[in-house]
Design a protein around this ligand. Structure first.
Ligand SMILES: [Ca+2]
Ligand SMILES: [Ca+2]
Ligand SMILES: [Ca+2]
Length: 480
């Protein structure tokens, strides 16, 4: 039974603060950010085997400085620090770990039994977030090409892009089939020359999901990690005199996928979850460089590292229970290669991925879903709830780009309105925005312990200060 959430609670929300990003002149990427631009995430950088390859935490919102090491979790929750994930290694041996693919196993992509991403038939919406290697050139007219060219050479490796699949249900159809540069290197706090080589959008939320009795954030899979190592890392770890073998029977290779289970407050049951042979890869030479796991289909989604003589599609899926059965991940009618929709060339290398579908968990309390509710709107509004349980969570809201509106000095107003009471909106805050500002953000405190089950919309409206008229708006749906 739903308990009615009254406006009194909404109006008691606290802690509003706002700021605008000023990062020089508008670049092309400003126009290309999408509904996931504000997300926090786990990622790792390409590094040498003499440097600790700790996972990094990109916080919600645009970052002005480099991300720090992924921190300790809230009490009892999965710990994504290297020393916790690899308890069989000494602190010195941990330097041999070079993560090349990483997933918490919540990559809901609406995949059918043929390996086709078909969210319409599954009744869900689905998006893929991904990064490419810095050497990628992109197809003509693609954002990969634009971003690569902006630096006059390799400079796209630390960008996180997204693609919302056509046919998605429950999301604004204006997003169908579009690819965005959600978070360019500079938004994450990295130099353009950096290389993000592993990525997961959900680890920060899982590691901070306090008050689980309230089921505030529900993940279909919160007690596993799926990961791959570089070839050099796997070779080094195999050479260690470890007994018992660290990942069950047999050696680990760069083309293996490992799975660890969080049980009793420690990572255990370390195993090789897919061997190279099960992925159709060679144990020597091939390398799995991006990993996801779709719990709805019990399927591993993976990419291999491009190398001479290996001509495989960049995105493939391996179903559980059918070892050795590997299908090309595709979309649409199943004949169009996925890489063309993503704007990458056949020889461009995807080196990190994460599937996104908050709505599949039925309660989207932590990430908004862009929906159409009758207002004119464009496509550059992103919202994410950040847990801190202290006692307020914080909703991060970000408007970027200008949609259909001309750039102008303006004010962006942020509102919340209950689905059951659309005539009463609450002003959350106003942020001034000049014509040359890339984005504006508003943070807003909301109760950590929720009232039950009320949908609400958050919308941002751009106001012309001279006429007072609304020139553009953006809408997302969330839930208390
Ligand atoms: Ca990359
Ligand atoms: Ca990688
Ligand atoms: Ca790849």
């Amino acid at each position: 039974m739903y308990k009615v959430l009254n406006i009194g609670l909404l109006s008691s929300l606290l802690l509003s603060s706002a700021h605008a990003q000023t990062q020089g002149s508008l670049s092309a990427v400003t126009r290309a950010r999408g509904p996931f631009s504000v997300y926090a995430h786990f990622h790792s950088l390409e590094s040498s085997t003499s440097t600790t390859d700790s996972g990094l935490l990109k916080l919600a919102g645009d970052q002005q400085s480099a991300p720090g090491e992924f921190p300790a979790p809230a009490s009892g929750l999965p710990d994504y620090r290297l020393a916790s994930m690899f308890p069989m290694l000494s602190s010195q041996q941990l330097d041999l770990v070079q993560i090349d693919g990483f997933s918490t196993g919540n990559d809901l992509l609406g995949i059918d039994v043929s390996g086709v991403i078909d969210p319409g038939a599954q009744g869900v919406w689905a998006a893929l977030m991904f990064s490419v290697k810095k050497t990628a050139r992109g197809r003509g007219g693609s954002w990969v090409r634009v971003r690569s060219a902006e630096f006059g050479g390799p400079g796209v490796g630390a960008d996180i892009m997204s693609h919302v699949f056509a046919g998605s249900v429950g999301i604004d159809q204006q997003l169908w089939g579009r690819t965005f540069v959600e978070q360019a290197a500079g938004h994450i706090g990295h130099a353009a020359a950096a290389e993000i080589d592993a990525f997961d959008a959900f680890a920060p939320l899982i590691a901070t999901n306090v008050n689980p009795p309230n089921n505030l954030i529900f993940f279909p899979n919160s007690n596993f990690v799926y990961l791959s190592l570089t070839n050099a890392s796997a070779t080094s770890i195999n050479a260690l005199p470890l007994s018992p073998a660290p990942f069950g029977d047999g050696p680990v290779t760069g083309a293996s996928i490992l799975r660890f289970e969080w049980t009793g407050g420690v990572w255990a049951n370390h195993q090789v979850y897919r061997t190279p042979a099960q992925l159709g890869l060679e144990g020597e030479g091939d390398e799995v460089d991006a990993v996801g796991y779709d719990p709805a289909r019990n399927a591993i989604v993976f990419s291999h590292m491009v190398r001479p003589g290996q001509s495989r599609p960049q995105l493939e899926v391996s179903f559980d229970g059918a070892p050795g059965t590997i299908l090309t991940l595709s979309h649409g009618d199943g004949t169009e290669p996925l890489h063309s929709a993503l704007g990458i060339r056949f020889d461009d290398d995807i080196d990190a991925l994460c599937g996104i579908d908050p709505e599949a968990s039925t309660i989207s309390r932590y990430l908004g879903t862009p929906v159409v509710v009758g207002l004119p709107q464009s496509m550059s509004f992103s919202i994410s709830r950040v847990r801190n349980g202290n006692p307020w969570d914080v909703a991060h809201m970000q408007v970027s780009g200008w949609g259909n509106a001309a750039r102008m000095d303006s004010v962006v107003n942020f509102y919340a309105v209950l689905e059951t009471d659309l005539n009463n909106s609450i002003l959350l805050g106003s942020v001034a925005r000049t014509a040359d500002q890339q984005s504006v953000e508003l943070t807003y405190g909301i109760p950590t312990v929720p009232e039950e089950g009320e949908n609400f919309y958050v919308y941002a409206s751009m106001i012309d200060p001279l006429s007072g008229g609304m020139t553009n708006s953006w809408v997302q749906k969330m839930r208390f």
